[in-house]
Design a protein around this ligand. Structure first.
Ligand code: SDX
Length: 433
């Protein structure tokens, strides 16, 4: 980061001495006011619950322009990556900063392919869960449990350990997500097949069975791969910030990623795709498009607590570029499966149309986000609703790892330890009865 030719002066109306704070600028995007010395110089903290105006770190991985609706991975627009690259190219880019050349691409794919199996003991870990356990509960356990199998790569400060644990996590997440699914439906696990693509292998582990050959549908394979690309990283969102804060204690990478899985589960974050599809099915049950107006009135009535899931975003105050790409993928998949008349897709498009013309949403700059269409395309592929967030976690694992590694490689990094504004009881003594 570069010192800007601008400074911030903080003065106090009560005559306390004012202070000057340096301003730094990045490559693109808002400058930052460096407040690291604020407490030492003023005996005051800043106050920003929810971090609406706080940059927690500097990063060179992902850039979002919320007003323009722009998303760049290492400078490349998401639209170009989703069209010209596959998910493993994107993983290589996020981890290393550049797209792979032909040799690097082949080596990386081979490395990931060779690490897709999990230790046979993992299946006994699953057996501890009820068959109807939510897959995210299972995944949080499985990912954290990985650290018990790889004592040779848990030192986050060792670059080799970071490299091999990154490969292991990227390679094994599809296997673990598919195992969580198979466990829930009572079918045998499918071992990875090394001759399949990353997305094709995942589809076979999900929908294949020992009784027949599984044919990967290339349209679904491409759609799955694109869903992974669109969810791969998203700067300092809640789960990524969780991974950074968790990793800042020096814990192992598997434990830090498990914390990210747990955070992503929430309906305000990665759990929104599941919540969005449940919302669409509820409206469909109530009467479908004819009931959209009534539903929207509930959303606009704050006391109802009803939100339009899949809409709104902390950063995007324009259309989430991923939502546009996801809608395209939706069209392709529904056409390939002869589901163009999917009532939920028609309902979603009608909801979007009404919302984008309604002042309540327009004035609050609420647009569809990545979760609005992703549920419809995953449901069309045959993925159960309660597994949508598991797919999101699978795809986001590379982003979490890239961000964690960037933090650990920064010589200036410290353990994250925010302060507070204390509003509790002043010191008092126990009165002995
Ligand atoms: C993801 O951070 C990331 O980058 C996340 C993510 C990623 O890739 O990692 O992009 C993935 O989490 C996408 C977001 C998925 N969540 C949802 O779709 C859930 C529904 N959306 C909302 O919960 C909400 O929009 C948030 C949580 C996403 C953003 O909340 P903010 O930024 O805290 O905004 P807010 O709650 O302050 O809302 C501003 C106003 C409020 O009304 P007023 O107080 O101004 O009157 O907009 C309203 C909110 O009530 N509002 C909504 C709404 N979202 C915001 N009203 C109805 N429906 C909604 N979805």
């Amino acid at each position: 980061m570069k010192l800007a030719d601008n400074k911030a002066t903080l003065s106090f109306s009560n005559g306390s001495p004012s202070i000057e704070l340096p301003v730094y600028q990045g490559t693109i995007g808002p400058d930052v006011i460096d407040i690291r010395k604020l407490y030492a110089q003023t005996d005051k903290f800043t106050y920003d619950p929810g971090f609406l105006s706080t940059a927690s770190c500097q990063s060179a991985i992902t850039y979002i322009d919320g007003d323009k609706g722009e998303l760049l991975y290492r400078g490349y627009p998401i639209e170009q990556l989703a069209t010209n690259c596959n998910y493993l190219d994107t993983c290589y880019l996020l981890l290393n900063g550049e797209l792979p050349n032909a040799q690097q691409k082949a080596d990386f794919e081979n490395l990931v392919t060779k690490h897709t199996m999990v230790n046979e003991q993992m299946q006994f870990f699953l057996r501890g869960f009820r068959r109807d356990a939510h897959p995210m509960a299972v995944l949080t356990g499985l990912v954290g449990g990985l650290s018990a199998f790889y004592h040779d790569s848990t030192d986050i400060n060792n670059p080799e350990h970071r490299q091999i644990s990154a490969i292991r996590l990227i390679a094994k997440m599809p296997t673990l997500v598919a195992m969580a699914y198979k466990y829930g439906v009572g079918q045998p696990y499918q071992y990875p097949q090394n001759n399949l693509s990353y997305a094709g292998n995942f589809l076979r582990m999900m929908f294949g069975n020992p009784c027949e050959e599984y044919q990967v549908n290339p349209v679904i394979e491409r759609a799955m791969d694109r869903i992974f690309i669109l969810h791969a990283d998203h700067e300092q969102n809640a789960s990524t910030s969780t991974v950074r804060l968790c990793g800042s204690s020096g814990t192992n990478p598997f434990a830090a990623i498990a914390a990210g899985v747990a955070c992503l589960w929430g309906p305000a974050h990665g759990g929104a795709n599941e919540a969005c599809l449940n919302m669409l099915e509820d409206i469909q049950r109530m009467g479908g498009v004819a009931k959209v107006g009534e539903f929207m009135e509930k959303v606009k009535d704050k006391s109802s607590g009803v939100k339009l899931m899949g809409f709104g975003h902390r950063v995007y105050k324009n259309y989430d570029p991923r939502a546009k790409l996801m809608q395209e993928t939706c069209n392709e998949v529904l056409a390939a499966l002869g589901l163009e008349k999917d009532p939920l897709f028609a309902l979603a498009k009608q909801l979007e149309k009404i919302a984008l013309e309604d002042d309540y949403f327009v004035s609050r700059k609420l647009y569809p986000n990545v979760d609005f269409y992703s549920g419809i395309v995953q449901r069309a592929i045959g993925i159960p609703v309660n597994l949508f967030t598991g797919i999101f976690a699978l795809a986001r694992t590379v982003g979490w790892i890239a961000q964690l590694n960037e933090m650990i490689s920064d010589p200036e990094y410290k353990i994250g330890r925010p302060r507070q504004l204390y509003t509790g009881s002043p010191r008092r003594d126990i009165v002995k009865g």
